[in-house]
Design a protein around this ligand. Structure first.
Ligand code: NAI
Length: 342
């Protein structure tokens, strides 16, 4: 019998517990040999009297190296700082990878989108350096370091080569932010020189967004600093059916945390209507990561079974309301489990 691989589950807030329950059922049905240890973060951790990112949660991810995480709520304009930003910084999960692909049966303006967004995850305007200069005047610091700019570009070129991608594009605003974005593109250019086999281009982000919604097929791998990556991820999600279908991974040198691009969706939480697919797809990325990094090919096989099941379901119109279907979270999960088992 294959030994189970222990992974951490962090259900999170809002729709998090619902989509996590669904993802775990689907991964289990596919026969992925996983043993889950559950830890909390976000508002859910505060309910237990813990900080938003409890030490035990952080330690569990450090110990097991891999986690599947639901979204965590962050109050707007006041209160605690983002759990996600804290987690990414604490574990130095510097590369956020978000594949954005057209799905069979999901009708949008485009049917051939195949993008990978690689977002720098540790600095930029998410450094949390904000000051009150004087009453009525506040300031936020955008931080760029050569180390972080260099390693995200190197990581992105490496990814593009390994996956045989067509080209790599940096979206930036170095015409205005000459120092910070200037450093970002200089580091990318240096990596482009080292990797001449990967076609490389730079596009100013505002024009890039316009080109993206006109014809996303002109892009392939996108590399962006933190804030641009956040915004462009949601923009691109809109090209393929919305936030319910875009998975993600936050990768560092020793740990990896897999989570959907979407947030805790408080407007639909607890109603059994959220689309669990983005977290299920993040689970598929986690299985493939375990296969790639630990040689566990049985994980890749389970990932393949899940993909076949959701592609088939979507093609037959069996999907949640955000994709034009009528199924709730649990009913859609039942469909996937049945398809995997048949
Ligand atoms: P959101 O992604 O939660 O929701 C935006 C819209 O998309 C809402 O109308 C929501 O109902 C819909 N939506 C999102 N996921 C969906 C799904 N799986 N199925 C169907 N519809 C879905 O973004 P919002 O409202 O800006 O943020 C809500 C909270 O989530 C905030 O506290 C924010 O800080 C947090 N957040 C957390 C993230 C994380 O933990 N990784 C990422 C993004 C936001």
């Amino acid at each position: 019998m294959t030994e189970a691989r222990t992974v951490v589950a962090i259900p999170g807030d809002g729709i998090g517990p619902e989509v996590m329950a669904s993802a775990r059922r689907v991964l289990e049905a596919a026969g992925a040999p996983l043993a889950w240890v559950e830890h909390h973060a976000g508002l859910r951790a505060m309910q237990d009297g813990d900080p938003v990112l409890p030490e035990a949660t952080l330690e569990a991810v450090k110990e097991h190296k891999v986690a599947l995480k639901g979204p965590c709520t962050t109050p707007v304009g006041k209160g605690f700082s983002s759990v996600n930003v804290q987690l990414r910084k604490a574990l130095d999960l510097y590369a956020a990878v978000r594949p954005v692909r057209s799905l069979p049966g999901v009708k949008t303006r485009f049917d051939d989108v195949d993008l990978v967004i690689i977002r720098e995850n540790t600095e930029g305007l998410y450094s949390g350096v904000e000051n009150v200069v004087t009453p009525g005047v506040v300031m936020s610091m955008k931080v760029a370091t050569e180390k972080a700019c260099d390693r995200i570009s190197a990581w992105a070129f490496d990814y593009a080569k390994k996956r045989e991608r067509r080209k790599l594009t940096v979206f930036h605003k170095a015409n205005i932010m000459k120092l910070t974005d200037g450093l970002f593109i200089r580091c990318s250019q240096a990596q482009a020189d080292l990797n001449p086999e990967v076609p490389y281009e730079e596009v100013i982000i505002d024009a890039g967004c316009m080109k993206m919604v006109q014809d996303p097929t002109q892009f392939d791998v996108l590399v962006l600093e933190n804030l641009y990556g956040d915004v462009v991820s949601d923009l691109c999600a809109g090209l393929v059916g919305g936030l319910g279908v875009v998975p993600g991974a936050n990768i560092g040198n020793s740990e990896a945390v897999f989570e959907a691009v979407h947030g805790s969706a408080p407007d639909i939480a607890g109603r059994d209507i959220a689309n669990p697919l983005a977290l299920i797809m993040s689970g598929v990325m986690m299985l493939n990561h375990l296969a790639d990094t630990e040689g566990r090919e049985e994980m890749r096989a389970a990932a393949g079974r899940i993909k076949t099941a959701y592609n088939g379901a979507l093609e037959d119109g069996e999907c949640t309301r955000d994709l034009g279907g009528s199924l709730g979270t649990s009913a859609f999960t039942d469909v996937l489990v049945r398809r995997i088992q048949s």
